[in-house]
Design a protein around this ligand. Sequence first.
Ligand SMILES: Nc1ncnc2c1ncn2[C@@H]1O[C@H](COP(=O)(O)OP(=O)(O)OP(=O)(O)O)[C@@H](O)[C@H]1O
Length: 311
Amino acid sequence: MSENILEINDLKVHYPIKGGFFNTVKDHVKAVDGVSLSIPVGTTYGLVGESGSGKTTTGKAVMGLNHVTEGSILYEGKSLNEKDKKVKVQKDIQMIFQDPYSSLNVRKRVFDIVSEPIRNYHKRTKAELIEEVLDLLDRVGLPPGSLYKYPHEFSGGQRQRIGVARAIALNPKLIIADEPVSALDVSVQAQVLNFLQEIQQEMNLTMMFIAHDLGVVRHMCQHIGIMYHGRIVEEGTAEDIFRNPQHLYTKRLIAAIPDTDVDKVESNLELRRQIKEEYDQNFGDFLDDEGRAFPLQSISDTHKVALPVKG
Ligand SMILES: Nc1ncnc2c1ncn2[C@@H]1O[C@H](COP(=O)(O)OP(=O)(O)OP(=O)(O)O)[C@@H](O)[C@H]1O
């Protein structure tokens, strides 16, 4: 069995809500409220759920970009919690952002954007930097002529490639890809997904792939965690999730994947209608008094589900 590069144990990230004359903390948004997951080296873990379920907050916690309220994050067995910041792993973990239109600095040329992380960590001559950036552009399928262009001179898919070139510039081991294709046209999405998979295999990267659409992660991920309202409601291999979904929310997400097989559209319509009805009528039983998922229970070695507590 391969070892885990990342282990998250009972992670809680609660954002304070401040208000009043003295701007005191009035309440908290429990964005992530008890998430545990682990990712074996060289695999892709899909974290899927609707908007606001806490996916980005989980990814940012791994990047050290927000305050961890409780729980632990272990990278190669070493704690990433703020108080243990002495562990310098920033180079090893990089993020690809959702929106290639806003995540790149529009006033900088590709050379400056892609070489920035290298300049932050290494001493290089200009000539060495140019050579490194040209090599990175080649790896992400962009022509050498891109070097001195600005982001607005590229299409959405190409901009995402610039973002990837920057993310892999320091030879990271773990990539957090936060909805890397949701801002792109459907026609370019598959291209960028294939390309990400190629890069991942070529560099033996481990990836946390954040998405709101289960269809997108289906062929990308070995493991999938379904997130709802700050907690994971079902987790397993991609096969467990698609062949044997147990949680009503997972069933609903699967039913929402558009059919590509025209012959099946008609028969699936009825199935979808049934799942929606079951979801609308019974989903409340799958949540506790706070509207959150119950604790996960193992139903096989590779499959965990937050089923309602009976009695
Ligand atoms: N800095 C913040 N301060 C306060 N609340 C926040 C902050 N960032 C996120 N939230 C809240 O935390 C919850 C989870 O947000 P998060 O962005 O992690 O969800 P998400 O699943 O990634 O959604 P999306 O797909 O829309 O990005 C939401 O209710 C959001 O409004």
